[in-house]
Design a protein around this ligand. Structure first.
Ligand SMILES: [Zn+2]
Length: 567
């Protein structure tokens, strides 16, 4: 087939008719009905939300109409900008589909579409997408997008000279902007106060939220990813505790997923979701940190930020421009290994040895391309033996990135013999389940993380008892989760608006007697920080402190082990 035939076939009949009758589809008919459809039907979640917010207002209908016309104007301007014959149908189709998908996720999960949420979607994997597919998604897409798509594909733009087309498009853009400005000014008072008081509304306007987020991603993040990372801790070296050491240290860092403090037994939850950790706390001195804040409300922000030398306020929550903790540990001479049981390490492990749990599927723990978290504990001796022996002899930092409580399919995160809370929600459509079942399914994932951490702690302790390593474990969750509180599900609400459930995360630490001795950091001393306000900001500096890595990049003020009297 030639390119020519690709372009010319099939010729849709409306165009032939339009050409024959001389009533060529002008940009106006093509653009304005579509803008109106997107503003009204493509934004049903927004209208529901605004309607709820304005129940007491006398001026509700004028406000709704005003906002509606502002949207029509903005969308008509955008569509007019794109109204080129070969471009329009494809782009319009994409915008309509985006509106439909966005509507579904807003309805189902109370999600809003901001730049980090969008970046998250870009970085997702097949497994995560599969969990989100549902009959309701298809129904929403069909109802919201179907009629608009039918219309778009039945009304192609005629071909004209580029000068005429430019003129028409500019006319459409101007008319759209004029409508936006006139209506915006007429309703300024009400609209401004609505937007000021409900900042999340700006992320609810389909599909402009996604267009904005995509533009931000391209202009803001891509250039940074291309640019070389700034080196961190170039002066990093191992401290005095490594001289003539009897055993090398081994620290296991567990990066949790979507565990929130509110449902963590050790943090005062009424249900026993962490019985094994409670035992470690009572018998082995495990320290629970009860006031830890996450850096972001989603994985893509939080995981790099946990390992970043920057605090959240310094930009640790943005696309990394600096090397991270693992680079510094490796530069100091230690062996580093990242084992992942999720959609990757978000760039954190790019320059250190890393492996995916599913690479060597463990029977009974891995099924259908997914592994339960304990699979990361299988074959560890072989994995460690494969690391650089010179480095391993100095010390090892091992990272395990959990699947944890990843939603919405919580029930998939736990095997059938580890579901203490019954009955549990067995659907990805969370709003279909009674809240108790949703909480049961989520609590089962926390209880399973408790079980996983128990196994991990046993392994770490065994290394110490056997005299192989001076060992320890630190666990921290990347962000929390909403379980229908305020109509919200999942996570990813913009940080400034995020509820406590999404940013208050569990963190625990256990150190073998040998590691306490060599680092000068006793568990008693750590316990003095247990109820202090801490955050992901402290992680980079505290791990360097605990591992006795000497570098100007470690800031004592952010090292929670600093007060324990070492280096
Ligand atoms: Zn996460």
């Amino acid at each position: 087939m030639t390119t020519d035939s690709l372009i010319r076939f099939p010729v849709p009949w409306p165009r032939r008719e339009a050409v024959a009758t001389g009533r060529a589809s002008r940009p106006l008919p093509a653009v304005w009905p579509l803008a109106a459809w997107l503003a009204v039907v493509g934004n049903l979640p927004l209208w529901q939300h605004v309607e709820l917010l304005t129940t007491s207002s006398v001026l509700r209908w004028p406000l709704l109409a005003g906002l509606g016309l502002v949207l029509v104007g903005a969308l008509a301007a955008l569509l007019s900008l794109l109204a080129w014959p070969r471009v329009f149908r494809g782009v319009a189709t994409a915008l309509v589909l985006l509106s439909a998908f966005n509507s579904h996720f807003m309805w189902q999960y109370g999600a809003v579409i901001d730049p980090t949420m969008f970046a998250n979607v870009v970085h997702t994997d097949v497994r995560e997408v599969r969990d989100l597919l549902s009959a309701r998604l298809f129904a929403t897409v069909l109802l919201v997008a179907g009629p608009a798509l039918w219309w778009i594909w039945r009304h192609p733009l005629p071909r004209r000279g580029w000068l005429r087309q430019t003129g028409r498009n500019l006319l459409g853009v101007s008319a759209g902007i004029a409508l936006l400005l006139v209506m915006g000014l007429l309703c300024y008072q009400d609209l401004a106060s609505l937007m000021r008081n409900h900042k999340d509304l700006r992320y609810m306007v389909n599909p402009l939220n996604t267009v904005y987020a995509a533009t931000r991603l391209v202009t803001d993040q891509l250039p940074r990813q291309v640019a070389a990372l700034k080196p961190v801790g170039e002066d990093a070296r191992l401290g005095a505790s490594y001289r003539n050491q009897a055993r090398p240290p081994l620290l296991l860092l567990v990066v949790g997923e979507t565990a929130r403090a509110q449902n963590f037994g050790l943090d005062g939850y009424e249900r026993p979701t962490t019985p094994a950790l409670a035992r470690w706390q009572a018998e082995e001195g495990l320290v629970n940190f009860s006031q830890v804040r996450s850096c972001g409300t989603n994985t893509l922000v939080s995981v790099p930020c946990i390992f970043s030398p920057l605090t959240r306020a310094q930009g640790g929550d943005r696309t990394p421009q600096h090397e991270n903790l693992l680079d510094v540990l490796q530069r100091a001479g230690l062996a580093v290994l990242w084992i992942d049981n999720q959609a990757g390490c978000k760039g954190v492990c790019n320059r250190v040895p890393h492996a995916q749990a599913g690479d060597a599927p463990v029977p009974g723990l891995c099924d259908g391309g997914e592994c339960l978290d304990p699979a990361m504990l299988q074959g560890l001796d072989e994995r460690l033996a494969a690391l650089d022996p010179v480095r391993s002899a100095r010390g090892v930092v091992l990272v395990m990135h959990q699947m944890g409580s990843h939603g919405p399919a919580y029930y998939k995160r736990t095997p059938s013999d580890h579901k203490p809370f019954q009955p549990e929600c067995a659907s990805s459509t969370l709003s279909d389940c009674p809240r108790e079942q949703l909480v049961n399914a989520y609590d089962n994932t926390i209880a399973y993380t408790d079980h996983f951490l128990d196994l991990a702690l046993q392994w770490v302790q065994q290394r110490s008892v056997a005299g192989v390593n001076d060992s320890g474990l630190i666990y921290v969750s990347d962000h929390g989760e909403s379980l229908s509180e305020n109509g919200l599900y999942l996570h990813g609400v913009p940080y400034a608006l995020a509820p406590d459930q999404q940013t208050h995360v569990p963190m625990v630490a256990w150190l073998s007697p040998g590691l306490q001795r060599r680092s000068g950091v006793s568990q008693e001393c750590l316990r003095s920080q247990a109820d202090q306000p801490l955050s992901h900001d402290h992680f980079f500096h505290s791990v360097l402190g605990l591992m006795d890595v000497q570098t100007s990049a470690r800031l004592p003020a952010l090292d929670m082990t600093h007060t324990c009297g070492h280096g």
